[in-house]
Design a protein. Structure first.
Length: 107
């Protein structure tokens, strides 16, 4: 556990916490998990082994099984599904607005 410095006005809480955690990290693998996340027996070890055995490991996002109990949790299925389907649907979506593409000439 780390104590974060005061939150700057242009940062969001979770981003600030992850940034400070990354700055303090000393290992070869950096893993962020939400506080309400739990792993199945040996799940974390399996994830690390799989990540480590991949020659092009860089960055991974794992979409876990989302156990939804309450009504408001069940409303989140849309966002989980859309994040999983986004790479499949991307070729069929309209192009990004030019203002979101970045301008390398002005960078």
């Amino acid at each position: 556990m780390l104590d974060n410095p005061d939150l700057p006005s242009h940062w969001l809480c979770k981003s600030w916490a992850c940034w400070n955690g990354a700055q303090a990290a000393k290992g070869k693998i950096l893993l962020f998990a939400d506080g309400d996340t739990w792993f199945e027996k040996d799940g974390l070890a399996k994830a690390i082994d799989t990540f480590s055995s991949n020659k092009e490991n860089g960055f991974w996002t794992i979409h876990p099984f989302h156990k939804m109990i309450s009504f408001y949790e069940k409303l989140s299925w849309f966002f989980t599904l859309s994040s999983i389907l986004q790479p499949v649907l991307q070729p069929y979506l309209p192009p990004k607005h030019p203002s979101l593409q970045g301008d390398s000439a002005n960078a």
